[in-house]
Ligand binder design. Structure first.
Ligand code: KG4
Ligand code: ZN
Length: 386
């Protein structure tokens, strides 16, 4: 048997410049992620122009470092993979252009990968590493990140994978809600990991977010529930702009703005705040609000996903994307999944947020199918996953 292929992948869809080499869709040879958090932090969110500029600055050293860590040269690679979309247009352009140049210069095939498919394959890569090669189908995947809250039914067709979107957020993505609430509370960017760690110190039952603040109006007008799942008519949508507004109302009615400004200024004066610093600048009321917000988000994500799993008779659940790093989300999915008899798999935390190992893993089935991109390929900000 010929040796398993080495695929070098490049990821630049948002605010991480990443490269990785994975052999045979499974063996992680090297992986480098250059985060731009420090660049975007003062602005409380990703600034697209700055992201493109940082990618331009980072991409060559990141790819060199990936080859160096792997002790490999370009000649030893079997293919170059790259994130084609979805993501920021200017950011994607940097990765796609560089990958095309590398592939052309080294005379290697080029493989275009959907970023969301990458997130799904982050789980599959690690499941294969753990020896779990027999997933039970149907597989339902929740991709929950700063840009997406999407549910896909995934099936394997030959070597390849096909996806059917059965739900997504109508407005804000879950990670976006975490980031916006953290910003509103003066806690900085990116909000998810900070709120995750602070939640442990608050009372999740202190502030009640009602169901109507979390659910989309359309969910009421779905009509009587059908017995058989019909992908064309039944959707499992999410909506997170309501809860963000509810947090804002709470802040207004409790006159929290002055304290928030003080907190923002105090944190800006600390170069790399630790969890103790964050705790110190938060009163108990704020910690309770944070814990209650997270509890509501997690309850909604887990509840709706398990409802979708039940109605699609899914046998396996994959939960992936940046928000899948959230401790309460993981614990709740594990507990509720076990109660309902459905195995739930996550990526390890480093592979939950953006990285290139997941892109290399998703490229492997395409390599087996000889699904190569031509030199005309370009980034697509709104690339759908099918
Ligand atoms: O997948 P990712 O790195 O980038 C996108 O494709 O969007 O996800 C980033 C998002 C951010 O919104 C960040 O706040 C959120 O994931 N995130 C978290 C946690 N870690 C990252 N949200 C909640 N809890 C976490 N521990
Ligand atoms: Zn992502």
């Amino acid at each position: 048997m010929s040796k398993l292929p080495y695929i070098l992948a490049i990821e630049s869809s948002c605010d991480e410049t990443a490269a990785a080499i994975v052999q045979g869709g499974e063996r992680l040879v090297s992986s480098v992620v250059a985060s731009q958090i420090a660049t975007h932090q003062p602005f409380g969110g990703v600034v697209p122009e700055l992201a493109s500029r940082e990618h331009l600055r980072n991409i060559v050293p990141v790819v060199h470092e990936t080859l160096r860590e792997a002790r490999m040269s370009l000649e030893q690679l079997d293919a170059i993979a790259v994130t084609k979309g979805p993501g920021l247009a200017g950011a994607l352009l940097v990765g796609v252009s560089y990958a095309k140049a590398l592939a052309f210069g080294a005379d290697k095939p080029l493989i275009a990968v959907n970023h969301l498919e990458g997130h799904i394959h982050a789980v599959l890569l690690e499941q294969r590493q753990a020896g779990n090669n027999n997933l039970q189908f149907p597989v339902l995947a929740l991709v929950v990140s700063g840009g997406h809250t999407h549910l896909y039914l995934a099936e394997q067709v030959g070597h390849g994978w096909k996806y059917r979107n059965i739900g997504h957020t109508r407005d804000d993505a879950a990670g976006e809600a975490f980031d916006k609430v953290a910003k509103l509370l003066g806690l900085g960017y990116p909000g998810g990991p900070i709120l995750d760690r602070l939640s442990k110190f608050g009372d999740p039952k202190a502030v009640r977010f009602t169901l109507s603040q979390l659910k989309h109006a359309d969910r009421n007008s779905r009509g009587p529930r059908k017995h058989a799942f019909d992908a064309n008519s039944q959707r499992f949508d999410f909506s997170y702009s309501g809860i963000k507004t509810a947090v804002l109302r709470h802040v207004e009615t409790h006159n929290m703005f002055a304290a928030i400004e003080e907190r923002r200024a105090a944190l800006l004066a600390i170069p790399r705040p630790t969890i103790d610093d964050y705790r110190r600048v938060c009163d108990q009321h704020t910690l309770d609000l944070v814990a209650s917000f997270q509890r509501a988000m997690v309850g909604d994500l887990v509840g709706k996903t398990l409802e979708a799993a039940q109605e699609t008779a899914s046998a396996t659940l994959l939960v992936t994307g940046g928000v899948a790093a959230n401790s309460e989300l993981r614990e709740t999915f594990e507990r509720r999944g076990a109660q309902e008899g459905i195995p739930v798999h996550f990526p390890s935390r480093p592979l939950s947020t953006d990285n290139a190992a997941m892109i290399a893993a998703a490229a492997y089935p395409k390599w087996l199918n000889r699904e190569f991109a031509d030199m005309e390929v370009s980034g697509e900000a709104h690339l759908p996953l099918r």
